[in-house]
Design a protein around this ligand. Structure first.
Ligand SMILES: [Zn+2]
Ligand SMILES: [Zn+2]
Length: 371
């Protein structure tokens, strides 16, 4: 079968002919991969910043944002049927008995670091015509989501982040009282840092939860992303028009920040302007650049005197995948145009090199594996 693989020893990316995987256990399912999304992680792997082949393999088949169609099921994989559309999870558990997270099926919180990730760390990914994996890692997607379901995996980042944010906010004595028919985020203000696919999907999730949502990004408005943001009922603020230290004064109290840029300077500057009881969610993974200067006294004073919580979040559990599938269904009904326009290009498998090594133009670009 055709697959796209990175070869760390020779630092090359190639379309290869890989052996077809076959069902090895009764709980396995076999998928025909339909589409694979490309993100910054894939581009970093293509630059050999990281990415680890499976033990004993010379190459790693990449790709972790995917949509597949079930073509064969093992005798015990009774919940799925050929023809079902599924989005597979990315992380697989570590082998250690002592890791309560992995043993509880929450390898997204693995303690040991010995987890594997399909297409990233120690396990082949989804840029391949066929994939076999255990049915428990599959998330079934309604057929009506076929054209946008490849966005499920990047949306899980926001879903896991927002779930944890609500867990944190249960500390507020009134936090758990939810008025019937009124979304959680009602009367609260959220800022999304960055207008890439993770940020824009996060903005859709925040608007859906009732937040007054502001997307703060470098690019001058008007631009297509700003138009997309306005079309979902959020507000686009360019750093060019409003410097960070003026943002709080301009938009009012900031209750939640969803960071989706990986730019640490702007994130920590943002941390200086958030409001009382605010939660700051980090999702980006910055490259290691030089140290920057920060007003640590101000940050620490604010965090203590304003009850602020800062946390980072990575990967996602089954609950976040299920929430992403539900939310994507909602987004598609509310903003069909905006959701479609997150996918800026669909390309044949042969375009892999341009997409992985090029400048990353557009919002989300997709490789069509089997049509
Ligand atoms: Zn990704
Ligand atoms: Zn573990």
């Amino acid at each position: 079968m055709k697959a796209i693989a990175v070869h760390p020893a020779t630092k090359s990316i190639r379309a290869i002919d890989a052996p077809e995987p076959s069902i090895g256990s009764p709980t396995d399912v076999r998928l025909r991969i339909l589409e694979v999304g490309i993100c910054g992680t894939d581009r970093e792997i293509a630059r050999f910043d990281y990415g680890t082949p499976p033990d004993g393999a010379e190459y790693l088949i990449i790709g972790h944002e995917s949509l597949g169609e079930v073509v064969e099921v093992g005798s015990a994989a009774t919940a799925l049927r050929p023809g079902d559309l599924v989005v597979p999870m990315v992380r697989r558990p570590c082998p250690h008995d002592t890791c309560v997270a992995c043993r509880a099926g929450r390898q997204d919180f693995c303690f040991t670091g010995d987890f594997t990730e399909r297409g990233i760390k120690g396990r082949h990914g989804f840029m391949a015509e066929l994939v076999v994996d255990d049915a428990k890692y599959m998330n079934r997607v309604p057929a009506a989501l076929r054209d946008v379901a490849v966005l499920v995996e990047p949306l899980t980042i926001a879903e896991k982040g927002l779930m944890q944010m609500w867990q944190v906010q249960q500390r507020l004595p009134w936090g758990a009282t939810i008025e019937a028919g009124i979304a959680h985020g009602y009367r609260h203000r959220a800022v999304v840092l960055g207008a890439g696919p993770v940020g824009l999907l996060g903005a859709m999730a925040l608007v859906t939860q009732g937040f007054e949502t502001i997307v703060y990004s470098r690019e001058k408005a008007p631009n297509p992303k700003a138009a997309l943001v306005e079309s979902i009922g959020a507000r686009y603020v360019s750093a060019d028009d409003v410097p960070l230290d003026a943002l709080g004064r301009t938009i009012g109290n900031i209750d939640v920040v969803y960071e989706a840029t990986g730019a640490s300077r702007v994130a920590f500057e943002m941390l200086e302007v958030i409001g009382p009881n605010a939660v700051f969610i980090f999702t980006g993974v910055p490259g290691r650049k030089g140290p920057i200067e920060l007003d640590t006294d101000l940050l620490m004073r604010n965090m203590v005197l304003k009850n602020q919580v800062v946390f980072g979040t990575v990967n996602a559990g089954k609950d976040a995948f299920e929430a992403a599938i539900r939310d994507l269904t909602v987004f598609r009904e509310r903003w069909p145009q905006a959701v479609q326009s997150l996918i800026t290009g669909r390309f044949p498998m042969s375009a892999y090199a341009d997409l992985l090594l090029g400048d990353g133009a557009g919002i989300k670009n997709i490789l069509r594996i089997g049509a």
